[in-house]
Unconditional design. Structure first.
Length: 432
């Protein structure tokens, strides 16, 4: 399969080139030239297939010109080595827990998939690849963890100073080796803008091979479809129309779910639940897409004012507002509502949600007011300990720390503070 640039100027590329480039030379996001549905029997008999086999069949068409069958199988084995449990709250509400990976956030799957691909693609190349990534919270840790020790790859992470949680910050500043953390005096949008500028900067790109590990990168984005497909395998037997509520920031995760839908997975509706960064819910209400500056919230991994993957979603639905709104509902919730939901679910079900999952829960409940006869699944995208102070204050309880996190608290943070783009540039161009 070839990938084309959504700006339509740059030439089509293979999966490998799309991963190495990150973004196309004309600054467009890469998108599959065509997506072929999986056979009906795949969906009707899915419960008889092994997870690895399901994953292989779902991803194959996207990577087949760049990875051998054996390579893809071995990557999937390494990537999918932790569970994605489904917890049932009641007959119409289930939670898909995606936080059982090494950094306790759902981004581990995409980050590890991409790291393993780049590890294979950079073998035998003599130029080192620099992965440049902006994070509003969880990407940094997942990418750092996925890429640590991968030969031929250096990782530079930009994060907004004081706007990520303590645990998130430690996850990206304590690894050392080939991972460096730049602490930016600004917001996530400032970090993302600096990364974009670096990709456009010829002085840098002539000397360094840069790529992104944000969900812009197809290797980060596409494997996320597996959550939905593997969940479908379990949920199918309930025989109710399935709706997925996805706490969304850059809209990569939900867009991957929509690719699964395009592969033939039966879903009634996707719900994009956002915090106060409400560009997409506003779009669905007003038909006007107005990106804005992001505002800080307690679900900080979704503090995005101009979601980069929205263009992919729009493309999947042929840029038709009607087609899109038939498949996507979107609602926004503020921090007070989010905290109330955390408390309500704890009191009613004795389940501890993190603020991102709580936004997903709220989105689901809003939708189900009008569509009660559905099987609602909301994605719990991070372990509540990653947002310890908010969750503990809201519930007035102490949450025990998993051992991985306990260990982190004894490690020393190492970061480089920067204010302006120029400092990033100097850093990237310094002697190795
Ligand atoms: C990144 C992240 C999100 C948002 O995912 P997108 O793909 O950017 O929409 C939601 N929750 C958590 C915990 C995250 O880390």
């Amino acid at each position: 399969m070839k990938f084309y640039s959504l700006n339509n100027i740059a030439p089509d590329v293979s999966f490998k080139e799309a991963v190495i480039n990150g973004i196309a030379p004309d600054k467009g996001l890469y998108f599959p030239r065509s997506i072929t549905s999986l056979p009906d029997t795949f969906w009707s008999d899915i419960e008889f297939l092994e997870d690895q086999d399901i994953a292989f069949k779902a991803i194959s068409q996207f990577v087949e010109d760049s990875l051998s069958k054996e390579e893809l199988k071995s990557i999937l084995k390494k990537v999918l080595d932790f569970p994605f449990p489904i917890i049932e709250l009641d007959d119409h509400t289930s939670i898909l827990e995606l936080f059982h990976g090494p950094t306790l956030a759902f981004k581990d799957v995409g980050a590890r998939f991409m790291a393993n691909c780049l590890g294979i693609f950079s073998k035998g190349q003599n130029t080192e690849v620099t992965v440049l990534v902006a994070t509003s919270g969880d990407t940094g840790g997942a990418v750092a963890n996925g890429f640590i020790g991968v030969p031929g790859v250096k990782v530079v992470i930009l994060y907004p100073s004081g706007k990520v949680s303590d645990i998130q910050e430690r996850q990206l500043t304590t690894l050392g080796q080939n991972i460096s953390a730049l602490e930016v005096n600004g917001t996530f949008d400032d970090c993302q803008a600096m990364v974009k500028e670096a990709f456009l900067d010829k002085e840098i790109t002539q000397q360094r091979k840069l790529t992104s590990a944000n969900s812009i990168n197809v290797a980060r984005w596409l494997p996320q479809m597996l959550y939905y497909i593997l969940a479908y395998k379990t949920l199918k037997k309930k025989n109710l129309p399935i709706v997925f509520s996805v706490p969304s920031g850059n809209f990569g995760n939900i867009c991957a779910g929509m690719v699964a839908h395009r592969l033939g997975m039966p879903v009634k509706q996707f719900i994009a639940a956002t915090n106060s960064n409400d560009t997409v819910p506003n779009y669905l209400n007003t038909r006007t897409y107005l990106p804005k500056k992001s505002v800080p919230t307690i679900s900080n991994a979704m503090d995005v004012g101009d979601p980069s993957n929205f263009i992919r979603i729009d493309t999947l639905y042929q840029k038709s507002f009607d087609l899109l709104s038939n498949h996507l509902s979107s609602y926004s919730f503020n921090d007070d509502q989010t905290k109330k939901a955390i408390l309500e679910v704890y009191n009613n079900y004795n389940y501890v949600m993190d603020p991102h999952g709580a936004v997903g829960f709220l989105g689901l409940k809003e939708y189900q007011k009008y569509h009660p006869e559905t099987l609602g699944v909301f994605l719990e995208t991070a372990h509540p300990v990653k947002f310890l102070s908010v969750v503990e204050e809201t519930l007035n309880i102490k949450i025990p720390l998993p051992t991985e996190i306990e260990k982190l608290l004894h490690k020393e943070k190492v970061s480089i503070k920067i204010d302006k783009y120029k400092e990033l540039k100097i850093y990237l161009l310094r002697d190795k």
